[in-house]
Design a protein around this ligand. Structure first.
Ligand SMILES: [Zn+2]
Length: 360
């Protein structure tokens, strides 16, 4: 039986283990021990992702990520009414520890009830938040399953991520010329000035319902009194519409060409890289039906919600694993106002349990 007190305790225990991206080791060891206690064979792949299996045929992959964003150290979770919150100085880490807790509670419940369940594989990944890095480096030869349910969506478990955008990162490197700012500024070419000319020619923010553009960082210059020689500008744009993305690529090229013409002596390089590709769920896919059937049998109404972000589900799909991303009861992700709704967390565990149970 899914137990509310137990899943809340599991979640709070997980939230208290610091696991910012790149520093998941304590979390990985904790989870490996818990999965072993559940009777699974647990291994780590070469990148440190935790992979567990029961050795059965045709397994369903259950997945969530182990890392959290900052500020995510020394998290103090507390229960207030029907919510779990942080103390307001950190995130809560419900993204994705609510998903991890739901999976663990479902496995615990099935084991203690002694019911038959389908074969499973569990994949807990590292470094999801910094660009799906753990999943990209996951040793897929260790997974046999062809279908995955990823517990990493916002909102209740009935909220299925219907589509995810393509995401393109860009790095612009500008080389001007250094000079003393007071003595001979006319000999210099300011890379910061050039960067600003570029940035004001780039799109910004939400461009349409399915497209966004962001300049995330500018770094440049060394000291107050030197014309800055080097500046780099990093950002990303994403859209669920491939043609829109092509249009933006052209816009970026045009902006760069215009500024190159203004500063022929400067060097302006740009590198675009596709971080993940778009997908749209087909509602007829067996794994989608599996999830919607399970939700309906619990009296929950599935809703399909497009997402502006990527998840490990994008990487699973690249590896021909049909992945569905479901909500894990988390709200206000990546902010200090993040909270987990306990009834939804319990429902997420129920969903996971129902997906696995094989009742005669
Ligand atoms: Zn997440």
């Amino acid at each position: 039986m899914i137990r509310r007190d137990r899943i809340v305790e599991t979640f709070c225990d997980l939230a208290r283990i610091d696991s910012p991206s790149g520093e998941e080791e304590a979390m990985a060891q904790h989870l490996a021990a818990r999965l072993e206690a559940l009777g699974l064979d647990v291994a780590r792949d070469g990148y440190g992702n935790v992979i567990a299996t029961d050795g059965g045929d045709d397994p369903l992959i259950l997945s969530a990520h182990m890392d959290t964003v900052e500020p995510g150290r020394g998290i103090e979770p507390s229960v207030v009414g029907e919510r779990i919150i942080s103390d307001g100085t950190t995130i809560l880490g419900g993204d994705c520890k609510a998903g991890v807790a739901a999976i663990l509670e479902a496995l615990e419940s099935i084991r203690e009830d002694g019911v038959k369940r389908m074969a499973i594989e569990v994949a807990f990944t590292r470094e999801e938040e910094i660009g799906l890095v753990g999943a990209r480096n996951l040793d897929f030869s260790m997974l046999k399953g062809a279908e995955a349910v990823v517990f990493d969506g916002e909102g209740p478990p009935s909220q299925i991520t219907s589509s995810s955008p393509e995401y393109i990162g860009f790095d612009i490197e500008i080389t001007g010329r250094a000079a003393h700012a007071g003595v001979e500024p006319e000999k210099g070419i300011s890379a910061i000035r050039i960067a600003s000319e570029i940035v004001t020619r780039l799109p910004q923010g939400r461009l349409d319902e399915e497209t966004t553009f962001n300049v995330g960082t500018i770094e440049g210059g060394t000291v107050r009194n030197a014309v800055p020689e080097l500046t780099s500008v990093r950002g990303e744009f994403r859209s669920r519409n491939i043609e829109t993305l092509d249009g933006i690529r052209l816009q970026v090229d045009e902006a760069l060409d215009t500024v190159r013409a203004m500063y022929p002596e400067a060097e302006i390089g740009c590198h675009l890289h596709t971080e993940f590709v778009a997908y749209t769920l087909n509602e007829g896919e067996p794994v989608v039906r599996r999830v919607t059937d399970a939700l309906e049998s619990l009296g929950l109404t599935p809703t399909m919600q497009p997402s502006g972000g990527g998840t490990d589900g994008n990487v699973f799909r690249l590896h021909d694993i049909n992945a569905v991303v479901v909500g894990m009861a988390d709200h206000g992700m990546h902010t200090i106002r993040e909270y987990v709704t306990i009834p939804d967390l319990v429902d997420a565990a129920h969903l996971c349990e129902t997906l696995l149970r094989m009742d005669e």
